[in-house]
Design a protein around this ligand. Structure first.
Ligand SMILES: [Zn+2]
Length: 284
């Protein structure tokens, strides 16, 4: 344990010396406040806002539009939670590094632990949805069943946030991610009719596979280094993801990457509210 912390602290010191002048020389002349618990990080995560009008498809692994991320910008996304064991660990690590992320939640788990949904919102993260029960692929379901999966996913998060402070309720974004990234044209169009964006990714770290934390760390870094920017998919259901996350973030910071948060444009929320999914038969 001591050795591990020494290593991380040593890395922080070296990174601080290297990173500070670069940031000061190339960024806004106003000094950027540092994260109190991570001297390599800024105190706030800039947002990359997605205009969800007509349901764009975002994420270079599958689509042309990368979401507008600039070189060396990384957006962290977490799928399949909320999970009572792993989500709180992930939230603490993100707080430690002053990073805001985007969570794609499964309705069934959100209904089981609405307190965790509210906690994710209260800590400043954005919440998109990822169906009600995470079937492997919506392609094999009827349109009616697939739509119910999507609607119940949104309904579960809405219900969980109904008792949250009004400012936290805006955490729910008109963002949808297909399970297994198995999209379907007709569903993308239907989501677009409701001004909901389909959010894919640029790369993953294979953390859904049976591999250990070091392998997740190495594969995630490898994917990021080969693309230079993008939306990363991780899972807040996997202990090995939480095990490597802090080290992973520090390494990226030392290599000059900056974290951004995928969020909807404020006008997108209004637009999606004006074209709501019909949740009458979808409430859990
Ligand atoms: Zn998933």
């Amino acid at each position: 344990m001591f050795l591990r912390y020494s290593y991380i602290l040593g890395g922080l010191m070296i990174g601080l010396v290297l990173a500070t002048p670069v940031r000061a020389a190339t960024q806004d002349p106003t000094p950027i406040a540092a994260c109190p618990t991570d001297p390599l990080a800024p105190a706030e995560t800039p947002r990359v806002e997605i205009d969800t009008r007509n349901g764009p498809t975002i994420g270079t692994m599958q689509y042309r539009d990368g979401g507008g991320l600039r070189n060396k910008e990384i957006a962290l996304t977490f799928d399949d939670g909320p999970n009572p064991d792993v989500t709180p660990r992930i939230l603490d690590i993100l707080d430690k590094h002053c990073i805001k992320a985007t969570f794609f939640m499964v309705g069934f788990y959100a209904e089981a632990r609405p307190d965790l949904v509210r906690e994710v919102a209260a800590r400043g993260h954005i919440i998109g949805t990822h169906t009600w029960s995470h079937p492997n692929s919506l392609r094999h379901l009827s349109m009616a069943s697939a739509k119910t999966q999507i609607k119940r996913g949104f309904a579960a998060i809405k219900t969980a946030l109904a008792s949250a402070p009004p400012s936290d309720r805006t955490a729910l974004a008109p963002f949808f991610r297909f399970p297994g990234l198995n999209d379907k044209k007709s569903l993308i169009i239907w989501l677009g009719d409701h001004n909901i964006a389909t959010i894919s990714c640029s790369f993953g770290a294979d953390d859904w596979k049976h591999i250990n934390a070091n392998q997740v760390y190495a594969r995630g870094l490898g994917a990021i280094e080969s693309e230079g920017r993008g939306i990363l998919i991780l899972h807040d259901t996997k202990p090995h993801t939480a095990d490597m996350l802090s080290r992973f973030i520090v390494t990226l910071e030392r290599r000059g990457y900056r974290f951004v948060q995928l969020a909807p444009k404020p006008t997108s929320r209004t637009l999606a509210d004006a074209t709501p999914l019909d949740l009458r038969n979808a409430l859990p």
